[in-house]
Design a protein around this ligand. Structure first.
Ligand code: AVI
Length: 320
């Protein structure tokens, strides 16, 4: 599909991918071994993540979809038709489609680090919504938040669904939201979908699905290291562990070594002792008060919050 035949203006800010090898070597050399969760998402990892979204225990997508569908008109009125809608980490641009008819934005700015995926998603979105001007921006939104030139005037509203803010530390979230405040300007909006604190048994089940997909997703990181960095991780010597850390208010994902052994990656040896683990992900859970306080400290004030009956998940609309 030719981008020019559609209302698409593609901007490539040429994001520098953090070198996978450097990050892995650095992470495995630390006292507490760790690898950042963004490296989960090679092709297999992205497919496994899509499969997680289908697991009955992983309630987030269904609850968020129901909320967006139920309150789309109200959300549309609050955001105001004619706004410019910006989505960092837009991926397949699926969730925004639940809002487009009621929002009727003057432009949509999907942002993603994955160039081809961004182009494809923008093209199929444009086919479904030919009236919508789309300005896809290829960038790493955790490193740079820049808007493409030429986007229409109008209220700027940033959309962050899927609880993706939960994968950052609260301090990082505060910096990130402050950066968003800068680009929306005073009067701009922020629409966030974020997972809530709840009975730990519900959380533990969500990250330890019975079909074992979360475990496969976590362990795939080792397969990726073996394939791309010439590693010799033996997947039978590592176990997936995910549990709710009540003190920190977050799910932690680990890969735990089941015995003492050495692993070689890119010509470097790393010693694992039995029970030692690589920390691969945090997924913070927020009570509404906690998130509103955090957003306030970045200059946003709450206008409206929508939650499901079981208080599993909330969608917040805030104003800059
Ligand atoms: C992408 N992110 C919001 C997911 C989460 O729930 O933290 C990633 C995930 N990790 C394991 N399951 C899902």
């Amino acid at each position: 599909m030719n981008l020019l035949s559609q209302k698409i203006s593609f901007y490539d800010f040429k994001p520098e991918l953090e070198n996978f090898r450097d990050a892995v070597i650095k992470g495995l050399s630390r006292g507490q071994k760790q690898i950042p969760p963004k490296f989960f998402y090679d092709e297999t990892g992205s497919q496994l993540f899509e499969a997680i979204l289908e697991q009955p225990e992983y309630y987030i997508p269904n609850v968020e979809r129901d909320l967006l569908q139920t309150y789309a008109d109200e959300i549309g009125r609050l955001i105001e038709p004619g706004s410019v809608l910006i989505e960092p980490g837009s991926g397949s641009c699926e969730k925004v489609q639940l809002l487009l008819e009621s929002l009727h934005p003057s432009a949509y700015v999907p942002m993603d680090i994955s160039r081809e995926f961004l182009k494809q998603s923008a093209c199929s979105l444009s086919q479904k919504y030919p009236w919508l001007p789309i300005y896809p921006a290829c960038l790493d939104f955790t490193q740079q938040m820049i808007l493409p030139h030429g986007i229409p005037h109008g209220r700027r509203v940033v959309f962050i669904p899927g609880s993706s803010l939960g994968n950052f530390d609260p301090l990082e979230v505060q910096h990130f939201l402050t950066g968003i405040h800068r680009i929306t300007g005073k009067g701009g909006g922020l629409l966030v979908g974020l997972d809530r604190k709840k009975d730990p048994s519900v959380l533990n089940a969500a990250y330890n699905d019975a079909a074992g997909i979360s475990a496969e997703f976590n362990l795939n990181l080792l397969t990726r290291i073996n394939n791309e960095l010439g590693g010799n991780f033996d997947l039978d010597r590592f176990e997936h562990r995910a549990y709710y850390n009540d003190q920190r208010g977050r799910i932690e994902m680990h890969l735990v070594s089941s015995e003492d052994h050495d692993v070689r990656v890119s010509d470097q040896d790393f010693r694992f002792i039995k029970g030692e683990y690589i920390h691969t992900e945090n997924s913070y859970k927020y009570s509404p008060d906690e998130f509103i306080t955090l957003a306030n400290s970045s200059g946003f004030r709450l206008l409206k919050i929508w939650s499901d009956d079981k208080h599993l998940f909330s969608i917040y609309f805030l104003e800059a």
